[in-house]
Design a protein around this ligand. Structure first.
Ligand code: SAM
Ligand code: FES
Length: 350
């Protein structure tokens, strides 16, 4: 292993922070030995806080309509081949009821940016969910909205919000998104969400087109500075009907190395082993746990819509029923020594 990389890993494990140039050096020297050392430190940092507990979130993908045209995303507005669907309020509530029976205490409502879901409609859904399951946390992941909108959703009872920053470099952001979407607005949203009292999840794709080690270093410095409660990272995976159809996917190895680094930056962060990671490798999510992740997000969406929420090609879990998906993950986690717990899964104090 590169000597300076080893020194930087020790420093990160001790101080939970590095300078921008140090992150860049580390990211560009992540060989197998460096990743193994990082994973060892990452597990040691997680252990006293979370032990071998894994938190689950029931993911409800309630609409794949999207007004945006992100270049990487399979449900982008200009993909005419995407069969659009929208769940009704009753269907969403019924998914949550099924999830509750299965032991989920957090529901993540995710969708494209669908103008049908006005504040009034979305707030009514959040209120109904909270009323039906007051002991559960509601997480929203519905993209960029106004501060007023976020305030209304928070007021309606939403607890958490996932909005990946996608990349902390404005010039890289511009290469992944159409001109009407701006990095500044993404950041504005994240700060508004934080101000309004949401537990916030940032995150980014690993190996997205045009991404450099310098970009990843900025992502890590951003996580260090913003200190999000959650961080969703997964490999970029191409979708055949997007401008990035022929771009290579992000790698398992780089994703695992970055998961470990993020665990060390914030030892009590909620860090999912994502579906995208499970898509590029059959044991991706298990390996994610071993690299320092502590969250998994099984799909609770009704079976007939799952394949339509296709952000990238080859997405796993599109055929399973909610109960199967949950059981499968529980078995997978138990297989590598982790236990899925019935818990809201709030951050524990470090
Ligand atoms: N519309 C909401 C938003 O923008 O935050 C939530 C849904 S959006 C589809 C969820 C995440 O999927 C994005 O933040 C992005 O990082 C990820 N994603 C989209 N396309 C992807 C791809 N081709 N490979 C991997 N992840 C992708
Ligand atoms: Fe829908 Fe990007 S294409 S959020």
């Amino acid at each position: 292993m590169d000597i300076r990389a080893a020194e930087l890993i020790e420093k990160l494990a001790g101080e939970h922070a590095l300078a921008l140039d140090e992150y860049e050096y580390l990211v560009s020297h992540l060989d197998q030995e460096a990743r193994d050392l990082l994973a060892e430190f990452a597990r040691a940092a997680r252990e006293p806080i979370y032990g071998h507990d894994v938190f689950v979130r029931g993911l409800i993908e309630f609409s794949n309509f999207c007004k945006n045209d992100c270049l990487y995303c399979g449900i982008r507005a200009s993909n005419m081949g995407c069969k659009r669907y929208r769940l009704t309020r009753e269907q969403i509530l019924s998914c949550a009821d099924t999830g509750y029976e299965l032991g989920f205490r957090t529901f993540v409502l995710q969708s494209g940016e669908d103008p049908h879901f006005t504040d009034e409609r979305l707030c009514a859904i959040v209120r109904a969910l909270k009323e039906a399951h007051p002991d559960c946390a509601i997480t929203l992941s519905v993209g960029e909205r106004s501060r007023e909108s976020y305030a209304a959703l928070r007021e309606a009872g939403a607890d958490r919000y996932l909005l990946r920053h996608e990349t902390a470099s404005p010039e890289h952001y511009a290469k992944l998104h159409p001109a009407n979407l701006s990095w500044e607005n993404r950041m504005r949203c994240l700060h508004d969400l934080r101000d309004l009292g949401f537990a916030v999840g940032a995150g980014f794709m690993v190996g997205s087109p045009f991404q450099t080690s310098a970009n990843l270093a900025r992502d890590l410095a951003f996580i260090q500075e913003f200190q999000p409660e959650m961080c969703g990272i997964g490999p970029f995976v191409p979708h055949h009907a997007t401008p990035f159809a022929n771009e290579p996917a992000g790698t398992l190895e780089q994703t695992l190395g970055l998961l470990s680094i993020i665990r060390l930056i914030k030892p009590n962060i909620l860090l999912p082993a994502t579906t995208a990671l499970g898509t590029i490798h059959p044991k991706g999510r298990e390996l994610g746990m071993e690299a320092g992740a502590n969250v998994v997000m099984p799909n609770l969406s009704p079976g007939d819509v799952r394949a339509k929420y296709l952000l990238y090609d080859g997405k796993i879990c599109t055929g399973d029923e909610a109960a199967e998906c949950r059981r499968c993950l529980e078995m997978r986690m138990a297989g590598c020594g982790y236990n899925v717990v019935t818990d809201r899964g709030d951050p524990r104090i470090a």
